[in-house]
Design a protein around this ligand. Structure first.
Ligand code: SF4
Length: 263
């Protein structure tokens, strides 16, 4: 059955009618409504680990996958391994097309993303967006770990929304949670999390494009820190209109540590 925005309206009404509107109750209803066509994308960040815990602990009918960009931190791979050990349930993985990565590095070298926003988006497209499109093909429900306070670009979003690009419903079960709620839940349930969170990393992506943030800095200031804040999306959840800005100084500074911690 082809999905359209009426499915979103029906789902919104159903969730509104639930007595229990917790993330688990909403997630359970949607997972069962879209069973066989429901997926969760994880990058093993702390919010994603909460959602993974809910899905795996309650055996929800949701396929869990990750995008391995090939540039992740070793700590991210360790978190992935610990998650498999803890839950003993499968996490599918999508890699970039080898030919596209080979062509990119042969033509522009391994660090082209530092030289312009256009180059950075090209790398994100090859390593993230294209694999994501394959992962989402034919699906009807895409679950994410996004929270409302994570980015200025995401303040116009809702916890349940229509993704016109992928023609499916997106659900962010932790949308209204604060970082403190996430941190407390992880500790309460002894959920494995990326140790980089204890070293000031809040939003963790690829190693060359992520650094720690200082106390009081914006959540996403550690991602693509050399770019204008308005350009900071990788294309997974946002399609920017302008991709022409050049970066005058491509050299990244050393990582900054922070007192921000989930410990
Ligand atoms: S975050 Fe950086 S390394 Fe990762 S895909 Fe985007 S540009 Fe490439």
């Amino acid at each position: 059955m082809q999905l359209d925005t009426r499915s979103l309206t029906e789902s919104e009404a159903a969730l509104d009618s639930l007595t229990d509107r917790s993330p688990l109750a909403s997630l359970t209803w949607l997972a069962e409504r879209f069973a066989g066509k429901a997926v969760f994308s994880t990058s093993f960040g702390i919010e994603d680990q909460v959602v993974t815990h809910l899905i795996f602990t309650h055996r929800l009918p949701v396929r869990v996958f990750t995008l391995d960009t090939g540039r992740n931190f070793q700590e991210t791979y360790s978190t992935w391994a610990r998650t498999l050990d803890r839950y003993q349930q499968p996490i599918e993985v999508y890699y970039p097309q080898a030919a596209a990565v080979e062509k990119l590095l042969a033509e522009k070298g391994p660090n082209s993303f530092y030289y312009s926003v256009e180059n950075r988006r090209e790398c994100c497209h090859i390593r993230k967006v294209e694999p994501l499109n394959r992962a989402l093909a034919g699906q009807q429900l895409w679950i994410t770990g996004i929270r409302a306070e994570q980015s200025a670009n995401r303040h116009g979003m809702k916890s349940l929304e229509w993704d016109a690009g992928h023609r499916l419903i997106k659900f962010h079960p932790l949308f209204d949670w604060t970082f403190e709620q996430v941190r407390d839940y992880v500790h309460e349930h002894n959920i494995p999390y990326n140790p980089l969170h204890d070293r000031g990393f809040v939003s963790i992506g690829c190693a060359p494009c992520t650094r720690a943030v200082r106390a009081g800095e914006d959540f996403r200031s550690g991602r693509w820190w050399w770019e204008d804040a308005s350009k900071k999306e990788c294309g997974l959840h946002y399609t920017p209109a302008d991709s022409s800005t050049e970066i005058p100084n491509p050299a990244p500074s050393n990582l900054q540590t922070s007192s921000a911690s989930i410990a």
